[in-house]
Design a protein around this ligand. Structure first.
Ligand code: SF4
Length: 140
């Protein structure tokens, strides 16, 4: 992808840009990209229902000037219990705000029920989402 960005004059994105508007910068910096799930829930369904265009994976979508992760004023040690998607997202946001985060997980596998959800045919995208979230977390 990085090589492609350096040689192309123009690159067009569709839904991927709703999911992660920073794709080009992230590729340049070697950061993890949040991939579109092709679920159509926040974007295509919304357009067809004449609702506000959004993305289920991007809370800031369409409100970038008012909804964004702000640095905390007082750093705290935060414990997250459970490394499901919700736990990992909470850890990611808390870390980006500047807190020190520790995630506790009772099993030997991160992801919680996504490990079950991603097993049926055509559900592999769930696991892609989980990998993106896992790779976005500073897990040591
Ligand atoms: S709502 Fe689903 S299909 Fe639409 S941009 Fe977001 S992840 Fe992709």
């Amino acid at each position: 992808m990085k090589r492609f960005l350096k040689t192309a004059d123009i690159i067009g994105y569709g839904r991927s840009l709703l999911t992660d508007p920073d794709i080009a910068n992230k590729v340049e910096n070697g950061e993890c990209i949040r991939e579109c799930l092709n679920c159509n829930k926040g974007c295509v369904d919304a357009i067809q229902s004449r609702r506000y265009l959004s993305c289920v994976l991007n809370d800031e979508n369409g409100d970038e000037e008012t909804i964004f992760i702000q640095p905390c004023t007082e750093t705290k040690n935060i414990a997250i219990v459970g490394a499901s998607l919700a736990g990992l997202e909470a850890a990611r946001v808390a870390y980006k705000r500047g807190h020190t985060v520790t995630v506790f997980e009772k099993s030997n596998r991160l992801g919680g029920q996504i490990n079950i959800d991603s097993v049926p045919p055509r559900k592999m995208k769930s696991y892609v989402l989980f990998n993106t979230m896992k790779n976005s977390c500073p897990i040591k």
